[in-house]
Design a protein around this ligand. Structure first.
Ligand SMILES: [Fe+2]
Length: 265
């Protein structure tokens, strides 16, 4: 099945092949939601089969295109807090990875209600000496893309989440999905990043509109290197097949004499 003219399963498999080939030494993989386009059971089954091939332990957050009950049925290992939200804390060598549930049923807009915030606060309080890394689907702020900003985490929840996080000095980074665009910055002093999706993308267009401008820009995944004093986010266009070559002017001159079709072959 294709979505917007692209095959999401083929692309996910290509991403997995790429990770297995080049980044199998990663400690963990996190997918930040929208695991199926319309919460179809067969899509979750296919996802589970794909992830069985992934050599890196994988953890999931859910997105606005997912359904908690269907997701749980097909991916029963997905975490849950005591209220049934798909939230969990994962201990890693770098610190605690907090996989947060920002989905509100019946709407594409994100939410992060008091019950979820209370869970996060309890977890952060339980590990005060560990660095903390947050993973959400929706961003808790606007990014200047009006149609996407309308489906970010709703304002009152975003504000309350920000006030909660203000009390902690160990939040190292916020990773999120949802935007289908590569962008990074900081929010209330917390660095953040997101990336292009593995299927379709959102075009950069700041004109006010209710319509999300989709695009076929290339898909990507990120490779994140975390040390105690730095965090680096690399973005990898895993379908790119353009020529590779050794940089240096003489090599370039030599390479430039070659018919590009030979190099690509
Ligand atoms: Fe989304």
């Amino acid at each position: 099945m294709k979505i917007y003219g692209l095959d999401p399963l083929a692309r996910l498999n290509a991403a997995i092949d790429s990770v297995n080939e080049s980044h199998a030494d990663a400690e963990v993989c996190v997918i930040t939601g929208d695991l199926a386009h319309s919460a179809q059971p067969e899509a979750y089954k296919a996802l589970a089969e794909c992830l069985d091939r992934l050599l890196v332990p994988c953890h999931l957050t859910m997105g606005n295109h997912d359904d908690r009950a269907v997701l749980r049925r097909h991916l029963p290992d997905i975490g849950a807090d005591s209220n049934g939200f798909v939230q969990s804390r994962l201990q890693t060598a770098a610190g605690g990875f907090y996989l947060l549930d920002t989905v509100q049923d019946e709407t594409h807009q994100g939410a992060y209600c008091k019950a979820r915030r209370d869970w996060l606060q309890r977890e952060l309080d339980a590990f005060p000496n560990d660095d903390a890394f947050l993973f959400t689907h929706h961003p808790p702020f606007k990014v200047g893309l009006e149609a996407m900003d309308k489906i970010a985490i709703r304002n009152e929840d975003a504000l309350a989440l920000g006030e909660l996080l203000d009390a902690y000095d160990n939040i190292r980074h916020l990773f999120f999905g949802h935007l289908h665009r590569p962008l990074s910055g900081s929010w209330r002093g917390i660095s953040f990043s997101t990336l292009r999706a593995t299927n379709h993308q959102v075009w950069l267009d700041f004109h006010p509109s209710d319509i999300i401008a989709g695009s076929h820009e290339p898909p990507a995944y990120s490779v994140v290197l975390i040390d105690s004093d730095q965090l680096v986010v690399h973005t990898h266009d895993f379908l790119d097949s353009s020529p590779r070559f050794a940089l240096g002017h003489w090599q370039w001159d030599e390479w430039n004499k070659v018919d590009p079709r030979e190099i690509r072959a």
